[in-house]
Design a protein around this ligand. Structure first.
Ligand code: CTP
Ligand code: CA
Length: 230
């Protein structure tokens, strides 16, 4: 389908988007990470800019080629702690925050100054992980009046009703304005162009359900954001 014409419905709105997946280092060359490519967040940032928004895009380990030429302020980060710092600073200036990034829930308790050597480890290696701050929960707790906050929940649950229940529990815990539930699996959702979503309100209502390209999903989410701002 042809991309919709820029509507200008976000003109002058300051939008902060996070994209990609954080990497949690445990030595200078190794990390614990996830498979998020950043494409869905980039699609949201690009569409917001096309609608007239001033966009800040915090990218966690996103291929720089994917954001080249976009009319957005790109701020690359690596770990969840770095993402948290960048988002805390930028959120103070944002009318809308869309947390698309896959933020690691845990990071290695210890970051070794030198490469771990297997001779010193033996046949098994145990990494102790500690909890990262929940950035979305912080944003919701510190939300300014009128600020719109959107969370994304990647869920592997294949059953739609069960997936929506997981989303309801999540938005009840962290009452963002909208929660986009995104079905992911070994071969869906990540590193691909197609995405399937259900969008929930804090009350647990499904206000939008669609599947399509990440650009189509971005447009659907920003339609809801524009409505919420109006
Ligand atoms: N998120 C965050 N900070 C974290 C973890 C998650 O800001 N430390 C945000 C994500 O960017 C996303 C939302 O919270 O917008 C939901 O993330 P998700 O991993 O689906 O939910 P969790 O609350 O972490 O629950 P769980 O992973 O146990 O399902
Ligand atoms: Ca998580």
């Amino acid at each position: 389908p042809a991309p919709s014409l820029p509507s200008g419905d976000l003109r002058g709105v300051r939008v902060l988007v996070t994209a990609g997946g954080t990497r949690e280092p445990f030595d200078p060359v190794r990390f614990v990470g996830n498979r998020s490519s950043g494409r869905q967040g980039i699609a949201i940032a690009a569409d917001a800019a096309a609608r007239g928004a001033a966009v800040t895009l915090v990218t966690a380990n996103v291929d720089a080629g994917l954001t080249e030429g976009l009319d957005v302020d790109v701020r690359p980060v690596g770990s969840a702690l770095e993402l948290a710092d960048e988002v805390r600073a930028a959120a103070a200036e944002a009318d809308v925050v869309v947390m698309t990034a896959a933020v690691a829930d845990y990071r290695p308790a210890e970051v070794h100054a030198e490469k771990l050597k297997k001779d010193a480890q033996g046949d098994t290696l145990t990494l102790e992980l500690v909890r990262n701050p929940d950035v979305l929960a912080e944003l919701v707790a510190n939300r300014r009046t009128g600020q719109i906050i959107v969370g994304f929940a990647a869920e592997t649950e294949p059953d739609r009703a069960a997936r929506i229940e997981l989303g309801r529990a999540k938005i009840a815990r962290k009452p963002a304005d909208l929660l986009v539930v995104n079905h992911v699996g070994w071969s869906s959702g990540f590193e691909r162009e197609e995405n399937a979503i259900e969008v929930l309100t804090p009350g647990g209502e499904v206000v939008r359900e669609t599947s399509g390209t990440k650009a189509e999903v971005a447009a659907a989410v920003l339609d809801l954001v524009a409505t919420a701002l109006a």
